[in-house]
Design a protein around this ligand. Structure first.
Ligand code: SF4
Length: 226
């Protein structure tokens, strides 16, 4: 017999957690069919532990621009490891140094990034301004670790593109201080959005991974990042 939840905390949390898990299970199955390995953890703390274990000492590790990486404490943990971290978030870093790190990141051992959306059928949908993040996701680093909160799961690739234009890109434009239509009004105006400010300069959909398990997606049962 099914149980009706009565406690307010349970009413709010239990159905969400149950749906998170169901969605994650379906997405993991879909990703594996595309030669992308995948796993689910409940919390950001567990994600940090899992990711740190995947990184051998001495690795050169690059970072994609990601609020999620900072939010779960992964950046702090990486800074304590015996690795060469190409730390684009180092205080005081110059624009030129950031560009040099982005270039080196293309041949790093490991890229750690998030994604703007992951679809129910296992595709990764992303926008990028300069293209170094999506470029390195596609080719270069020997391993790519993608960490994403459950809020990044969408139905289809079109839903992923909609999520980018209506939600992720406007917030990222504000975060990065770039003057785009969505930063000014909250709404995308594609035709009026021009370089160099335009964040959605590269839009990619990763549909499979030809090098089996080069890419690993870790889904976290929390709402994280944009
Ligand atoms: S206004 Fe520009 S940066 Fe913002 S969502 Fe639209 S295309 Fe992307």
């Amino acid at each position: 017999m099914s149980t009706i939840l009565m406690n307010l905390d349970e009413i709010i949390l239990k159905p969400k957690e149950a749906i998170f898990r169901k969605k994650a299970e379906a997405v993991i199955e879909s990703l594996r069919k595309r030669s992308i390995s995948a796993a689910f953890v409940d919390t950001g703390t567990q994600a940090v532990e899992a990711i740190c274990k995947m990184i051998p000492d001495g690795s050169v590790v690059a970072l994609g621009g990601s609020v999620t990486i900072m939010q779960i404490g992964l950046l702090d943990a990486l800074r304590t490891m015996s690795i060469e971290l190409l730390d684009r978030y180092r205080p005081g870093i110059t624009k030129q140094e950031t560009e040099e790190l982005a270039l080196r990141g293309m041949t790093a051992d490991i890229l750690i990034t998030s994604t703007n959306a992951v679809t129910a059928d296992g595709k990764l949908v992303n926008e990028d301004g300069s293209g170094n993040r999506v470029g390195a996701m596609i080719f270069g680093p020997k391993k790519v670790i993608v960490v994403a909160g459950i809020n990044k799961i969408v139905g289809t690739a079109d839903d992923g593109l909609k999520r980018i234009k209506e939600y992720a890109a406007p917030l990222n434009c504000i975060r990065l201080g770039v003057d785009t239509p969505c930063a000014r009004t909250g709404f995308c105006d594609d035709d009026a959005c021009l370089a160099p400010a335009r964040l959605c300069s590269q839009i990619t959909i990763i549909e499979s991974n030809r090098v089996k398990d080069r890419m690993h997606v870790l889904l976290v049962g929390q709402e994280l990042g944009y």
